[in-house]
Design a protein around this ligand. Structure first.
Ligand SMILES: Cc1cc2nc3c(=O)[nH]c(=O)nc-3n(C[C@H](O)[C@H](O)[C@H](O)COP(=O)(O)OP(=O)(O)OC[C@H]3O[C@@H](n4cnc5c(N)ncnc54)[C@H](O)[C@@H]3O)c2cc1C
Length: 612
């Protein structure tokens, strides 16, 4: 009997696009936003941001590094003048009210200096978006115009010395004064970006000790002060301070959103921060690759430029492929949010409804946001680490910018929710949405059980079929097949994990491994969907996909196996592993050959080879 092919069309395809659906839909099932679709206006915003960094920022990196807060303020004001601060703010409040893709492009453009990127990100993201999305008309009118122009600087104060990951454990408290005019705030916050010079702070605290709430606190409020600047490993130019509240008198009208619903603000805003971290990573990775290539072509050892050595070239190929992945993932996710927002816009007069709708659209892609945060921070760190290695001993001394970048990058795995917390969130959200019937995990499990039980199903790549719908044929067939199989690995292990019941919550090793499989799937699915939809430089794009998928599917399988081993009783493990291994069959790739389809383009472009 002829072997049955893996059918690319899965019955589990839901009708409307949902966050997390990439786990279940076939590769390329839906068109999505890619850099190839950027409009001229979107590109223009990137170029404006890029020009700003080249002329106003990079020549003065040393001033930033020395923590010149006055200079940072000047830079913020200049960024405001050219419109970089108002992308997410409504036009009536002095902003530009542009789409999320543009917002990500602007973030990407500001990434070359970590201290600046952090300052800029805190101001335009977590510091101001709480007012954008949850402010009253009066609060918006009062604060947003100055935030958009850069006249006043914003900060976000959630963490405390005793509560970082466990943010709801905050001990800062507020109680209403007897005349009802003020809240008296007591407590302290820790590690607050822009803490040393911001004017407007979004502070999370507990009213009456138990109602978790956000408030706007202005610099100069009686009883408010900041602690000393932290001496940090990296992003030394950014300001990080504690905040202290001693009977601090905050006007009652400064409560942001509903009393007792501060968690909605805190966590929704972090979703945006996580997506933006993906965008900053693209910029950081492109910068690092360019810096590594510039060094490697002029550095000679053994009578050759080191860029001629295979092991150096492998680093370039990997970095370019990972950049292609994170770029594809970020603009896909932000484009999906834009689509969701555009799908149900109310009349501009229904501002509150619109904001709730925008917030819901962002929350819909919270799985992707956590994926962006983890993948962006870790692949950027890996790229910078490898480009430092390309610099040899010079990479270890301060004269070379890569040394600073290495230090600056470490924090990305810590803030916006640590990578451990984000890894726990990813499968947590998948299971929750599956239980609510929002994503078809249960159907996918049933379908996979059927496939595995079918003796004709070999999952092997060398099928004899010739139909166009067969995964063994066509462009990037092996990579598409590998991705479909990785999705099945996720489903296979998710089923076993779910069987742990309530115990699963405590089994973090299983959850983190599942998260890693999901991350690889989103990456492979995104680069393949993007590549298959693009005719421009097809050989280079195909090579980037091959290189990425070659490593990604190995990582995915390794993590799926880890999860399985931690889940299944010893007596069943061998049989279960055999089943899982059936889902890991693919045509191997000669990595050096694929590398050489990428590296000449990297050298020619002195960096990331795909300009849009
Ligand atoms: C430079 C810098 C800038 C920052 N800027 C801001 C800012 O602007 N605003 C703000 O509010 N905060 C900010 N932070 C704080 C940051 O968000 C926190 O440091 C972060 O959330 C981690 O909290 P923590 O430091 O208390 O670590 P902890 O929560 O104590 O975590 C310590 C370790 O334990 C792990 N861990 C904790 N809980 C769990 C769990 N349930 N399961 C498994 N592992 C767990 C963590 O992943 C981590 O590895 C900043 C921090 C830094 C360093």
């Amino acid at each position: 009997m002829a072997e049955q092919e893996l059918a690319p069309e899965r019955e589990t395809q839901p009708t409307a696009q949902r966050g997390g659906s990439f786990l279940f839909e076939p590769v390329g099932a839906r068109p999505f936003m890619t850099p190839e679709k950027f409009t001229d206006e979107q590109k223009q915003f990137f170029q404006t941001g890029d020009e700003f960094v080249k002329t106003e920022l990079m020549p003065f990196s040393d001033r930033i590094e020395k923590k010149d807060n006055a200079f940072l303020r000047e830079l913020i004001a200049k960024a405001g003048e050219i419109g970089l601060l108002g992308v997410d703010i409504a036009a009536e409040h002095g902003g530009l009210e542009l789409d999320k893709v543009t917002s990500m492009l602007v973030a990407e453009s500001q990434a070359a200096n970590g201290s600046w990127a952090t300052t800029f990100g805190a101001h335009t993201g977590i510091g101001s978006l709480p007012i954008v999305f949850f402010g009253t008309p009066e609060q918006k009118a009062k604060y947003l115009p100055d935030i958009a122009s850069g006249k006043r600087v914003a900060a976000y104060a959630l963490s405390e010395a005793g509560s970082g990951s466990d943010a709801l454990g905050a001990r800062t408290v507020a109680r209403l004064s007897e005349d009802g005019q003020h809240y008296l705030v007591n407590g302290s916050k820790m590690w607050i970006t822009n803490g040393g010079f911001a004017d407007i702070y979004i502070v999370f605290l507990k009213i009456d000790g138990n109602k978790f709430t956000a408030m706007i606190v202005e610099r100069g409020t009686p009883g408010f002060s900041q602690g000393r600047e932290e001496h940090k490993l990296g992003i030394r130019g950014s300001s990080t301070t504690p905040l202290i509240f001693e009977d601090c008198k905050v006007p009652a009208g400064n409560v942001l959103g509903e009393i007792g619903k501060g968690h909605k603000i805190a966590f929704n805003i972090l979703n945006v921060g996580r997506l933006k971290l993906g965008a900053f990573s693209i910029g950081g990775m492109k910068w690092a690759l360019r810096t590594g290539v510039e060094y490697a072509v002029q550095r000679k050892q053994f009578g050759k430029a080191i860029s001629e050595f295979g092991l150096i070239r492998e680093k370039f190929a990997r970095s370019a492929a990972q950049t292609y992945a994170i770029e594809s993932m970020t603009y896909r996710a932000s484009g999906a949010i834009d689509d969701a927002i555009a799908g149900d816009r109310r009349s501009p007069r229904d501002a509150a409804l619109n904001e709730a709708h925008v917030m819901a659209s962002i929350e819909e892609y919270a799985i992707e946001a956590s994926i962006m945060k983890v993948a962006g921070s870790e692949w950027m760190f890996q790229t910078i680490d490898e480009m430092l290695q390309v610099h040899g001993g010079n990479g270890f001394v301060e004269d070379y910018a890569i040394e600073r970048a290495f230090r600056d990058n470490r924090v990305n795995r810590i803030f916006e929710g640590t990578n451990e917390i984000n890894r726990l969130l990813i499968p947590g959200m998948v299971f929750k949405r599956a239980m609510n019937g929002e994503i078809p995990l249960l159907q996918a499990v049933a379908q996979l059980d059927e496939e595995l039980a079918d003796p004709r199903q070999s999952f092997a790549s060398a099928g004899s079929g010739t139909g166009v719908a067969r995964i063994s044929e066509g462009r990037l067939a092996a990579e598409r097949r590998g991705t479909e199989l990785a999705k099945r690995q996720f489903i296979f292990v998710a089923k076993r994990a779910a069987m742990l019941g309530p115990e699963l919550e405590q089994r973090q090793e299983v959850l983190a491994a599942l998260a890693d499989v999901a991350i690889e799937i989103y990456a492979m699915d995104s680069i393949l969907g993007r590549t298959l939809a693009s005719e421009n430089k097809p050989e280079l794009r195909d090579a980037l996909c091959r290189f990425f998928c070659m490593e990604s599917r190995e990582r995915a399988f390794d993590r799926a196996r880890t999860a399985l081993c931690a889940t299944v009783p010893a007596g069943q493990l061998e049989a279960e592993l055999e089943q899982l291994t059936r889902l890991h069959r693919y045509t191997p790739v000669n990595s050096a050959e694929v590398r050489e389809q990428i590296v000449p383009a990297v050298l020619e472009s002195t960096g990331y080879p795909l300009a849009w």
